[in-house]
Design a protein around this ligand. Structure first.
Ligand code: PLP
Length: 412
């Protein structure tokens, strides 16, 4: 069939058809030829329960029959319950919730709130960061190939208009001294520091506790906001509800001011949220932000069902166990061509080849073609696994063996 979509995606030679039915949520998908694959791409981390978990499907179906569209000028019970469930589970003090549909929209909400609440104009973002592809979020994203040529192309034609001229200051991830110097120099202008507690897109790099706590301290000292982008690493993927809490701990005095989450949040249904401390959310008065689909009853019912299933099936603990299980397998069955296995919980990067060697895409293709494993490749060198939370040693061993074979087939 002719491809009519814009050529924006690096397409892989595979037409997906259906999930293989599984009462516990499917870990495997089938292509149109009938071949079955272990799915570690997982819609890029969007199916934490696996595909078509029967209780999730039933909850979404029931809401669809009841009411599926409601403008945000009205309130619905699923929306209220979903906001409350998130506020209860995330580490923000007195959290208020903006519900959107995608990750990039939640970054936009965070940018707007940071500028409004502080009256400042600078966002600090990090090298290797990914925050989305709408123009505000893109300015915070590091990859220049994604940013060219848009950043700066939509400037205000009448600069005297009283609109904020925001800018992004980019610093090395994990470098506290660079951050301290930036605050020394620009501290009065910095509205917020945006950080992924585990960077996903560039190859799965967790931040250290020391860095996040240091960052938090600098923000408090200079009156800037701490923004945690948990679009990919949040919502249970690292084994607790928030990756910030997993790394920093539960002390409310060290909690972020803003946090945004998407991907896993709807269990497969598109939902994103931006949470902010109550006093900050007050800066977002009527008309300052909005979206048509965000927070519709169907999306909220999907999110609520996802929370309920994650908790009732012990999936946080299961997610937490994935990285240690894979590391144990890697010790049992060493593979010289694997440089490093890193990550947190169910967010795992397997860096293949020698540092600087870009064999990731070739290995990713072999995984799919020769071993029936779907995985994304990050930074040209890292196989990223975003398996459903319940995946365990059996699937991890399968991925490990396949990766070792694929990497060995790519030479020494
Ligand atoms: N932020 C992070 C950390 C992400 O990983 C992503 C997507 O990969 C986004 C934001 C953007 O999310 P979306 O693709 O849903 O717009």
């Amino acid at each position: 069939m002719q491809e009519l979509r814009w050529p924006t995606y690096a397409l892989r030679d595979l037409v997906l058809d259906a999930a293989v039915p599984d009462e516990r949520g499917s870990l495997r998908v089938r292509d149109t030829q009938g071949r079955v694959y272990l799915d570690a791409v997982n819609g890029v981390g969007c199916a934490p329960l696996g595909h078509a978990h029967p209780r999730w499907v039933a909850a979404v179906h029931a809401q669809m029959q009841r009411l599926f569209a409601a403008a945000n000028s009205f309130t619905t019970a699923p929306q209220q319950q979903f906001a409350a469930a998130l506020a209860e589970r995330m580490p923000l003090v007195d959290a208020r919730v903006f519900i959107a549909t995608t990750g990039t929209e939640t970054t936009e909400a965070a940018i707007k709130l940071a500028l409004r609440a502080t009256g400042r104009n600078t966002i600090v973002a990090f090298e290797r960061a990914f925050h989305g592809r709408s123009l505000g979020a893109l300015a915070c994203t590091a990859n220049t190939a994604y940013r060219h040529p848009y950043v700066r192309c939509l400037g205000e034609s009448q600069p005297e208009q009283p609109f904020a001229t925001a800018r992004v200051l980019r610093l090395p991830f994990g470098d506290f001294e660079a951050l301290r110097r930036a605050f020394d120099e620009h501290g009065r202008d910095i509205a917020a520091v945006f950080v992924e507690p585990v960077q996903g897109e560039a190859g799965v790099y967790p931040a250290t506790r020391e860095f996040l706590v240091g960052l938090h301290g600098l923000c408090r000292k200079y009156g800037a906001l701490v923004g945690a982008d948990e679009v990919q690493c949040g919502f249970g993927r690292v084994g607790v509800w928030s990756a910030w809490s997993r790394i920093v701990g539960d002390d409310p005095a060290l909690s972020p001011d803003l946090m945004w989450i998407a991907k896993a949040l709807g269990g497969g249904y598109p939902v994103g949220v931006c949470l902010a401390r109550g006093e900050l959310a007050a800066a977002m008065g009527k008309g300052t932000h909005g979206t048509t689909f965000g927070g519709n009853p169907l999306a909220c019912a999907a999110g609520l069902a996802t929370i309920e299933i994650i908790e009732s099936e012990g999936l946080l603990a299961a997610a937490s166990g994935q990285l240690p299980a894979l590391q144990a397998i890697a010790l049992e069955e060493p593979c010289a061509r694997v440089h490093e296995v890193r990550g947190l919980g169910a967010m795992i990067g397997i860096q293949v080849g020698r540092p600087g060697e870009q064999i990731g895409n070739a290995v990713g293709d072999r995984l799919m073609r020769d071993h029936g494993v779907l995985a994304t490749v990050c930074g040209g060198h890292t196989i990223r696994l975003l398996l459903p939370y319940r995946a365990g040693p059996t699937e991890l061993r399968e991925v490990w063996r396949a990766t070792c074979r694929a990497v060995e087939a790519e030479g020494t």
